[in-house]
Write a new protein. Structure first.
Length: 542
């Protein structure tokens, strides 16, 4: 069981000594201009702690720039959406097997041991869904089930024929889970705890249990190979009487607690079933439940993301969350009921998974395709896999909106994103600046994820130089708290970063070594000219 980390308070005499040491350090700053962190000095974990004078120690995490949590100030820059590019051979998977009416919601993992990609996807058969209740219990006819596919390159996929779950007269299928009555809204992830080979993969899924006291419930299953799944009888059901929609369990390693991203209970929103909002679906927002272990005992769901009535006419239909450096990033399936359920993907960001920033003024992260295309109606929140220089995005699609009565025309498609480039800061040819919060130097060099182009054949734009990024390190130089560049790491000594770098080391007169500053606290000021800045981090090694 993983328990929340508890920060113990110091005895009074230690707190006094700590305060004296910090005071001595401030006196030293006034006299010497140095800001070495005193022994026992504390660092900030929250904004409140930062405001009272504690720097942030982020270790080797990438500083995600979607919001201002780690941005002290900025001028002359705007936030921009990353460029997720759909591959030209889309869709990569169609509903082309006899038991597949509709496929969607892929969960994809790259398996380093087997050197293959695993995909689990939602399968649906409309004939079975509309069958009489007595016929639904026939175990060779499934309404919702989990399908399985593999790939060597992440692009070309195969659906193996397995001796697990026959479908009508088809003895072999690629179905790997059907639940007691159904396997719906699955989510698969690689277990952080690899001590038990039998539990290498974990899956949650919705199932209609026969116990009337449980109803539709969220189950936990485990697998050694991703094919043969076993219900965790001690942990299941995780939650009973659940609504439909996606469910995603996520271990927040900083707090040691589990977060469950899910739709709220149907009657826990502001709406009531009368008046002009009687026809509005109350479930179109998302909430979080927490737990100290992956088992029963989740807190009541608290709503954390609601559409902005002024600028967002669409509802949040689904949500998929992942970690990106210092932040969580949420991929939101935004659906417009007034347009027959058209849906595309937008982004939101959060430091703790509880308080979220949305970006309704930015374009869709994964937009719908042109009329008549495979994804003209719906693009669902993707599953993401980091691979080399890219993040691969796997998403379900439909040719029409969710509110259209149709012959099903679903598929699974793929896009790719330069790694780490979800939301960043951009300047024009006039240039702009970004200043980070005060940070502890926790590595031997400073790496930058950026894109700024200079080429000899390109003429300056309106007399201004083409793109580059430069950086300087600063510290508080006196008792008034004024910032002063650190000799050897000034803007004048900074080497311009040009081109395209995912983890390029910042250099000053050709040198990147920050060993002399390690353990001290600094601010980082970045000069951005006609370029994009996606992230920063302190790093070690080569």
């Amino acid at each position: 069981m993983i328990k929340p980390r508890i920060r113990k308070s110091k005895p009074r005499y230690l707190a006094i000594l700590s305060g004296l040491s910090i005071l001595a350090a401030l006196v030293g700053i006034a006299r010497t201009g140095k800001t070495e962190m005193p022994v026992g000095a504390q660092v900030a974990h929250t904004r409140e702690e930062y405001v009272v004078g504690k720097p942030f120690d982020l270790g080797n995490q990438w500083i995600f720039l979607a919001d201002d949590d780690f941005v002290e100030d900025k001028i002359g820059v705007i936030r921009v959406m990353g460029n997720a590019t759909k591959i030209t051979i889309n869709p990569i998977m169609a509903a082309d097997l006899p038991w597949e009416d509709y496929i969607s919601a892929p969960s994809v993992i790259y398996d380093d041991k087997a050197e293959i990609y695993h995909m689990w996807y939602q399968g649906f058969n409309s004939t079975a869904y509309h069958a009489k209740p007595a016929d639904r219990n026939v175990k060779h006819w499934y309404r919702y089930w989990t399908g399985y596919a593999t790939s060597r390159d992440g692009v070309h996929w195969e659906k193996p024929r397995l001796d697990l779950f026959p479908y009508l007269n088809f003895a072999k299928t690629n179905i790997v889970n059907v639940g007691d009555e159904e396997s719906e809204a699955h989510y698969v992830w690689l277990n952080d705890d690899q001590s038990n080979p039998a539990r290498r993969f974990l899956m949650t899924y919705g199932d209609k249990l026969k116990d009337p006291n449980s109803g539709q419930s969220l189950m936990l299953a485990y697998s050694a190979d991703g094919i043969h799944w076993h219900i965790d009888q001690e942990a299941s059901p995780l939650i009973t009487h659940i609504p439909d929609g996606s469910f995603q369990a996520f271990l927040d390693k900083e707090s040691g607690r589990w977060l469950m991203f899910r739709r709220p209970d149907q009657f826990s929103a502001a709406l009531i079933s009368e008046g002009p909002y009687a026809a509005v679906n109350t479930k179109r927002r998302y909430s979080v439940s927490t737990n100290d272990h992956l088992g029963p005992g989740w807190t009541s769901p608290r709503i954390v993301i609601v559409p902005d009535e002024e600028v967002e006419v669409r509802n949040i239909d689904h949500m998929r969350v992942r970690r990106v450096g210092t932040h969580y990033i949420a991929m939101l399936g935004m659906m417009d009921d007034s347009q027959k359920g058209l849906q595309d993907v937008h982004l939101a960001a959060s430091r703790d998974g509880l308080t979220w920033t949305k970006f309704p003024y930015l374009p869709a992260f994964l937009p719908r395709g042109d009329k008549g295309s495979y994804d003209a109606g719906q693009v669902f929140p993707p599953s993401s896999v980091d691979q080399g220089e890219y993040t691969f995005l796997y998403y379900g699609t439909d040719v029409v909106g969710q509110r259209v009565q149709q012959g099903y025309a679903s598929s699974i498609a793929m896009a790719r994103l330069r790694r780490g480039r979800w939301i960043g800061l951009q300047s024009d040819t006039k240039g702009g600046y970004m200043l980070t919060r005060e940070l502890v130097v926790s590595g031997g060099r400073l790496e930058v994820n950026f894109q700024g182009v200079i080429a000899t054949y390109m003429e300056p734009i309106e007399g201004s130089p083409l793109g580059y990024v430069r950086l300087e390190l600063l510290r508080r130089s006196d008792s008034l708290g004024r910032l002063k560049p650190i000799p050897g790491f000034t803007m004048a000594e900074s080497d311009s970063l040009v081109g395209d770098g995912l983890s390029t080391a910042a250099t000053w007169k050709g040198k990147s070594d920050l060993t002399s500053l390690r353990g001290s606290s600094v601010f980082i000021r970045v000069h951005i000219v006609n370029s994009q800045l996606w992230g920063l981090r302190f790093a070690d090694g080569q």
